[in-house]
Design a protein around this ligand. Structure first.
Ligand code: MGD
Ligand code: MGD
Ligand code: SF4
Ligand code: MO
Length: 829
């Protein structure tokens, strides 16, 4: 049948359906038997949700009609098919969404950044002008003036952030960043405590007799069919699970044994009170504390495990963790009554949780990442780690470290080399925290090592180890990133900083849709979506025990004039005179094969087929890491098993798990406490402590008197951060964006369900609907992060939580993003 005939027939069929439906009660429907010429190709869902699911994309006549999962091999718990979630299936809508960027665009001359007024230009004009301005910036200000913003919207191996990083490296590099918006605090603190960052897998929970989740929410944040939500749900079936979260999340929902609402940012106080119970009721694992841990009580002077020429000073009992918990120095024992006032969990319940942890054989303590996205995030998550040490719940089957659970990744290609090994290009090595870039635009010259966490090459440091960055950011490359405004703190403040064209002189946004970040650009470059790309992609650490790689090979024509980043960077490299270094003489297609042969197939030549073409035909390669009783499996699934069972020396100062850290004590003596800091005695501490941070529950500052509510911004099913934010289907799936508020607070502040309210912080206002629900505790509200910033005068009507959050006041050690620590008020709109 010809396509024209098919269309005619389907039109007739729907007409028939309509007539019968409208005209009579008859429900007969005619389903025409049409041989449809369906094709498929392989792609992947590459936003930052933690899975990177492969997608089988079905097309008819070059148009995507639907998405299917991969179905290779058996579909069992041990080797599941990788099923895309609602967002994965919505990729068809994402590709064809009306706000797709189709052509290169330039901000019109008299429009302000952020107004969203652009004119279409050619690729030739775009690459010439951007290339020229970039070159000028390098020549005038040096590499530190060029910044590639952190962004997690497209995890490709070749066309992604690596292509842009490689381009900048050909020019001598750009200002680099460390840390991530996800996990800065935990990844920075953990090496001080454990020597490196380690956590058990979700499957390891099957050996546990007690699960304690501190804001761990895998059913919403690890949604893939191969992923952790599914694993956690399966292996914890019938077990005791305790949830501690201000929100009754989808991971609880009747599956939990006990649920305790806990004020955000107060887990450290809760853990200290549990430590008090464990100490006073003699539930400690004394053997573990003396053999494997350091600093619970007094310690004699010993050799530094990292430097045999150095001695560590003794730890006197008054400075130890036990003394702190018993209130030896400050006169305040950290009793359950003391903590109850802070965290909101009644004292009896705190005792009950502590006793269960103390009496369990293998308690698995699992924090979410949200609990460390706070001003005191380092201490908040470190307190959970310390709790595990007190009861010896580390390195035994069924336990964890107190870090976020993580799955194994058996095969993993590292992405396009940032500059080829053969090229002699000297690359600048200065780094800022990923959260400090707005400060570096405003006053990068004066950002320092000891106050702002700048990292500089050794030769630039003075005798105290201090030094200045010396340069402001003058050009921003914003590839696949909402962090230009939407996902960064203080969207209004960030917009003001970026609108001053004398500061940052050029902003280039490379994206798929007209996002709030794109509106701030000088140049917008339209990128292929994942489904229009040919590339390779890995799974992340958070997609369960199946490891996989996908070869993407698009089967549709990219919309408009969209292009992939490797091609675009090749043109830019040519304009800047570094094409040879950038391409090494290979076209994009040649890079695909070269990369496959050198970085992918070498991972496991038996698993991967001989050529990139064959890999593209099959699309997905997967392999499984079992979690069983074997020693090999223990090493993969149970973090610290080797150290605890077989001994050894950790890469910490004492060589053991550190409850007391000399290294942190040294930093505390050296680093500057910023003027605005609330509790000057508690900035960096040798032992984990609860302290009162800016805008936390107990911040008594006068300007917060009328802002009694705490506000967080949980990660929602409808989006991956801001990605998918304009897809209508997904908005409908969660009934739109709304701020969660407890019924008690709703009555108190005159808020009605499904009606608009204004939320106000010291930074700005958001107008959004309210969802009145018992699923959030009194005194706390949550507005899911990722909705698109849409300022109308001084109010954001897009529902973006970052219109309310802060920037420029990072956490002490990691200089990380305290985006869940906010104090606000709410009133009827
Ligand atoms: N659907 C979906 N999945 C995602 C993402 C997404 O945007 N959408 N993003 C992905 C990414 S990059 C990341 S980093 C992860 C984020 O994963 P998380 O950081 O774990 O997610 P959050 O929603 O910030 O926080 C998880 C839970 O912690 C609670 N919480 C907040 N503060 C505290 C606290 O101080 N103490 C305790 N006990 N609980 C607290 C929140 O109420 C929430 O229920 O999710 C990933 N998965
Ligand atoms: N208040 C608050 N803010 C937060 C958080 C929070 O919990 N609370 N969480 C933080 C966390 S954990 C993270 S990881 C960050 C995430 O922040 P980002 O890393 O910025 O992630 P997204 O918001 O998803 O933005 C990705 C961008 O990439 C674009 N994109 C998608 N696919 C492609 C593509 O193929 N090519 C190109 N060029 N672009 C593409 C999307 O349209 C989107 O604009 O947000 C952080 N922000
Ligand atoms: S959003 Fe995440 S879990 Fe959902 S399909 Fe995409 S990669 Fe998979
Ligand atoms: Mo993240």
């Amino acid at each position: 049948m010809q396509r024209r005939e098919f269309l005619k027939l389907s039109a007739a069929a729907s007409a028939v359906t309509c007539v019968t439906a409208c005209g009579s009660k008859k429900t007969e429907t005619i389903i025409p038997e049409v041989p449809v010429s369906e094709k498929h190709f392989w792609s992947a869902c590459l936003g930052n949700c933690g899975s990177n699911c492969p997608l089988k994309v079905i097309t008819v006549d070059g148009k995507i009609t639907r998405i299917e999962p991969e179905t290779y091999g058996e579909d069992s718990f041990d080797s599941p098919h990788i099923r895309p979630c609602l967002r994965g299936h919505a990729n068809r809508a994402r590709v064809y969404n009306p706000d797709r960027l189709m052509y290169p665009m330039k901000r019109i001359a008299n429009a302000k950044r952020g107004e969203g007024k652009f004119e279409r230009i050619s690729w030739e004009q775009a690459t010439s002008e951007i290339g020229m301005k970039l070159k000028e910036t390098y020549d005038q200000y040096g590499p530190r003036a060029v910044y590639q913003n952190r962004g997690s919207g497209a995890f490709y191996d070749i066309n992604g952030k690596y292509a842009w990083g490689r381009l900048l490296n050909c020019m001598g590099g750009g200002l680099k960043h460390y840390g991530s918006y996800s996990s800065s605090m935990v990844r920075t603190i953990m090496p001080y405590i454990f020597g490196s960052r380690k956590s058990s897998t979700p499957r390891e929970m099957k050996y546990s007799d007690l699960l304690v989740f501190f804001g761990y929410n895998p059913l919403e944040t690890r949604m893939s069919g191969s992923g952790e939500g599914f694993e956690v749900q399966t292996v914890t079936e019938g077990k005791k699970v305790i949830h501690i979260d201000c929100r009754y999340s989808d991971s609880a929902m009747g599956r939990e044994s006990e649920y305790y609402p806990c004020r955000p940012g107060t887990d450290a106080a809760l853990c200290e009170a549990m430590a008090y119970v464990l100490i006073t009721e003699e539930l400690l694992d004394e053997q573990f504390l003396s053999d494997k841990c350091y600093g619970f009580r007094a310690e004699p002077s010993i050799q530094d495990a990292r430097d045999s020429s150095k001695m560590l000073p003794e730890v006197v009992y008054e400075d130890s963790y036990e003394a702190h918990i018993l209130g030896v120095k400050d006169g305040q024992p950290k009793t359950p009554q003391w903590a109850a006032e802070i965290c909101g969990i009644p004292a009896d319940s705190i005792r009950n949780i502590a006793r269960q942890i103390g009496n369990a054989k293998a308690p698995y303590l699992a924090p979410g990442l949200g609990m460390q996205r706070h001003i005191n995030g380092e201490d908040n998550i470190r307190s959970v780690m310390t709790l595990g040490m007190l009861v010896g719940a580390i390195g035994k089957r069924g336990t964890n470290t107190g870090d976020y659970p993580k799955s194994p990744r058996k095969i993993y290609s590292k992405g396009l080399p940032t500059v080829s090994e053969q090229q002699e290009v000297s690359i600048d090595d200065a780094k800022i925290s990923m959260f400090s870039w707005t400060q570096a635009v405003e006053n990068g010259e004066n950002l320092t090592v000891l106050r702002d966490g700048v990292k500089l090459p050794a030769e630039e440091l003075d005798e105290n180890g201090d030094g200045k960055l010396g340069t402001n950011i003058k050009a921003i490359i914003n590839f696949a990133s909402g962090c230009l405004v939407n996902q960064h703190g203080d969207a209004f403040g960030t917009t003001r900083i970026l609108q001053d064209e004398s500061k940052c002189e050029m902003i280039v946004v490379i994206d798929n849709h007209m996002t709030s970040s794109a509106k701030l650009a000088d140049y917008i470059l339209p990128d292929n979506t994942w489904l229009e790309s040919t590339d390779f992609a890995n799974k992340t650490y958070y997609a369960g025990a199946v490891s996989y790689m996908t070869a993407l090979k698009t089967g549709i024509k990219p919309l408009g004039e969209c292009r992939g980043s490797f091609d675009v960077c090749t043109d830019l490299a040519e304009k800047m005179g570094v094409k040879e270094i950038f391409t090494e003489g290979r076209t994009t297609d040649e890079w695909i094969e070269h990369y496959y042969q050198t970085k992918v197939r070498t991972l496991d030549p038996e698993l991967f087929p001989a050529t990139a073409k064959e890999m593209q035909d099959i699309g997905v390669v997967k392999t499984f890491s079992p979690c069983d009783d074997s020693e090999e499996s223990a090493k993969v699934n149970c973090a610290m098993w080797d150290y605890v069972q077989n001994g050894g020396t950790l890469k910490t100062a004492s060589g053991k798990l550190e409850i007391f850290s000399h290294a942190l004590q040294e930093l505390s003596d050296l680093w500057e406490v910023p003027d605005y800091w609330l509790d000057k005695d508690n900035y960096l501490n040798a032992i984990p402590k609860y302290w009162v941070g800016l805008e936390s529950y107990q911040d008594p500052s006068p300007e917060l008197k009328d802002k009694p509510l705490q506000l967080i911004g949980h990660h929602t099913k409808a989006r991956t951060h801001s990605t998918f934010g304009s897809v209508k289907w997904l908005k409908e799936a969660v009934n739109g964006d709304a701020v969660w508020i407890n019924p008690d607070d709703a009555i108190k502040y005159g808020i009605v369900d499904d009606q608009y309210a204004i939320i106000e912080s010291l930074r700005g206002k958001v107008k959004v609907k309210a969802r009145v629900t018992n699923r959030i505790m009194p005194g706390v509200m949550s507005l899911s992060q990722g909705a698109w910033f849409d300022p109308k005068n001084d109010v954001d009507v897009g529902g973006c939580v970052n219109a309310l959050t802060s920037q420029g006041r990072p956490s002490p050690l990691a200089k990380g993003n305290p985006q869940h620590t906010n104090r606000v008020r709410i009133y009827k709109a």
